[in-house]
Design a protein around this ligand. Structure first.
Ligand SMILES: Nc1ncnc2c1ncn2[C@@H]1O[C@H](COP(=O)(O)OP(=O)(O)OP(=O)(O)O)[C@@H](O)[C@H]1O
Ligand SMILES: [Mg+2]
Length: 313
């Protein structure tokens, strides 16, 4: 369904002198139909930028994005607008997806109207979806500000179902909700995924959530994917020192690296400064991906060491 190769996004900044940041640098992955790929990594590692590039909400600097056989980067204007509805984004904050001037019913009805569904059928369809996402008919005439965050995120999901996209990017879809509601929304997403066979890129810094929601996971560090594989393989035998750090000491790993992110220095491994295994080769040569299990790849010079030796250091 989706094949991303060598994706790159460079942000330029600086008023008096030019500086740049490679927020996404040479990222490649693919997602099969019906599959959910998790994207995990600390704040500032480039997860949202990947998600937004993939559906061309922002313009990538380089790379190719094949979506359902179409080269997305070659499209513009009308051709792009035609593909747009088949890719939807669910944001952390439901308010950014709902029009505050529209009632919940109107928001969910809009995609049906655009698809020219007969007027007298629309209301029935909307009520069916309202029920499907666990809202009730009384929410139909409410405005977003009259709903809770969790209820609004349900409405966003109902709207997404009305659009019926081929592919969804969910960027921390529960991060703004409180813990009990988070679990409900995640369960709802899982149900919908099963029922509709949705294909999804699921962004989260919460490893437990990724493990629950995803088939495969890609771990990002400072703009690069450092390890990728089936959820079971990555969680049970993490191979990259950064993945291990994420899995063991969540707090330290979650420290933002925004300040050290500006990199003109493309040589070597980006993780070497924080890595207890770093050797001379890590200073000079960027590690290439190696396959260490079925569909399980890692970019690290040091994982050739037996596991026991690594964990003792
Ligand atoms: N429009 C922009 N202009 C300049 N820099 C940007 C822009 N958007 C993002 N960045 C920078 O790109 C880097 C990656 O940002 P991104 O939002 O993709 O990270 P993230 O992994 O989603 O983080 P978080 O977990 O905090 O959401 C950050 O250093 C960020 O400051
Ligand atoms: Mg983000």
């Amino acid at each position: 369904m989706l094949e991303v190769k060598n994706l790159k996004k460079r942000f330029s900044s600086g008023i008096f002198f030019k500086s740049y940041l490679d927020a996404v640098d040479d990222v490649s992955f693919s997602i099969a139909k019906g599959e959910t790929l998790g994207l995990v990594g600390e704040s500032g590692s480039g997860k949202s930028t990947v998600g937004q590039c993939v559906i061309r909400l922002i313009e990538p600097t380089g790379g190719t994005i094949m979506f359902n056989g179409i080269d997305l980067r070659s499209l513009n204007g009308r051709a792009l607008n035609r593909v747009r509805p088949s890719m939807q984004m669910i944001f952390q904050d439901p308010d950014s997806s709902l029009d505050p001037r529209m009632t919940i019913g109107q928001s969910i009805a809009e995609p049906f109207r655009l698809k020219k569904v007969a007027r007298n059928e629309v209301k029935g369809e909307v009520l069916r979806l309202i029920e499907k996402v666990g809202l009730s008919p009384e929410h139909y005439n409410r405005y977003p500000h009259q709903m809770s965050g969790g209820q609004n995120q349900r409405a966003v999901l109902a709207r997404v179902l009305a659009i019926n996209p081929l592919f969804i990017v969910a960027d921390e879809p529960t991060a703004s909700l409180d813990v009990s509601v988070q679990a409900q929304i995640l369960h709802l997403l899982m149900d919908l995924k099963r029922e509709y066979g949705m294909t999804m890129l699921f962004i989260s810094h919460d490893l437990a959530v990724i493990r629950h929601m995803c088939d495969r996971v890609a771990v990002m560090y400072r703009g690069k994917i450092v390890e990728q594989g089936p959820v079971s393989a990555v969680f049970e035998s993490p191979a990259h020192p950064y993945t291990r750090l994420l899995l063991s000491r969540t707090e330290e790993a979650e420290q933002s690296v925004k300040q050290e992110n500006g990199s003109g220095d493309a040589k070597g491994c980006r993780f070497r400064g924080r890595c207890s295994l770093a050797r001379a080769v890590c200073e000079t040569t960027e590690p290439a991906f190696r396959e260490i299990g079925a569909g399980h790849t890692v970019a690290c010079h040091m994982t050739v060491l037996p596991k026991a030796e690594i964990t003792h250091e």
